[in-house]
Design a protein around this ligand. Structure first.
Ligand code: ADP
Ligand code: MG
Length: 240
């Protein structure tokens, strides 16, 4: 579904992603792990063109997003993104957060958007919060709303950038459970996370980034029990 070909990203002289190539299949769950500053967020942001690659290609269903002829906004509607700090619209209620983009960007009529939103709120366990404003919710609830909001656009691919890093420990599980359900439903997911339990249990594949280099790529069982590089061993020793 997604081909990343020789992706390089520089900020000035700082090469943040160095010649990364990988293929992500439909329905695959890929976890990206690596030290802070290794380029994980930049990698996600390049996949949906929030950052423009310096060179290389991002190909989704045979359309190269780096090609100036590709309608990037249309393509981006097919990609949901969930951030560490939720980024909900503070002045909109929960259900308005979910219906806004489908109505505005896709022209979905209100009744259909609301029905879909209710279905999604049920799915993330927040039906009773329909008319609440984001600032009245806990972190875990906010993040579940953010996931539901991304799903309201019916994306084919979901990107998660450390979705549980800003949460109090007791709220991590409720968000990971929603993500696990989503993985089970067959969603294609790329997840930057420090939750090694999630990566080990849910991911089909691990990408280990270090200084912008894709140092290791493999099945979780292999990666966690037998990392090939000293850098990955060292990283795992520090966090496990
Ligand atoms: P990670 O998510 O793995 O912590 P990032 O992708 O956020 O890493 O950052 C990788 C490197 O790119 C860091 O050195 C960071 O300072 C740099 N960087 C990220 N975004 C920008 C930007 N907009 N401008 C300049 N440098 C950036
Ligand atoms: Mg990051």
């Amino acid at each position: 579904m997604i081909k990343v070909e020789h992706l390089t990203k520089k900020f000035g002289k700082n090469e943040v992603l160095c010649n990364i190539s990988t293929v992500i299949a439909k329905g695959e769950v890929v976890s990206i792990i690596g030290p802070s500053g290794s380029g994980k967020s930049t990698f996600l942001r390049c996949i949906n063109m929030l950052e423009t690659p310096t060179s290389g290609k991002i190909v989704i269903d045979n359309q190269d997003l780096t090609d100036s002829k590709t309608p990037v906004n249309k393509m981006r509607q097919r990609i949901g993104m969930v951030f560490q700090h939720f980024h909900l619209f503070p002045h909109l209620t929960v259900i308005e957060n979910l219906t806004y983009a489908p109505m505005k960007a896709k022209g979905v009529n209100k009744q259909v958007a609301v029905e879909k939103a209710r279905e999604l709120l049920k799915r993330v366990g927040l039906s009773e919060k329909e008319t609440a404003f984001p600032n009245s919710l806990s972190g875990g609830q906010k993040q579940r709303v953010a996931i539901a909001r991304a799903l309201a656009m019916e994306p084919e691919l979901m990107l998660f950038d450390e979705p549980t890093s800003a949460l109090d420990p007791e709220m991590v599980k409720e968000v990971l459970d929603v993500m696990k359900d989503l993985a089970k439903s067959g969603m294609t997911m790329v997840v930057v996370t420090h939750e090694m339990g999630f990566a080990r249990e849910v991911a089909d594949r691990i990408l280990f980034l270090d200084h912008g280099v894709l140092l290791e790529e493999g099945k979780p069982a292999e990666f966690f029990s037998n990392p090939k590089t000293a850098r990955a061993k060292d990283f795992l020793d520090k966090i496990l």
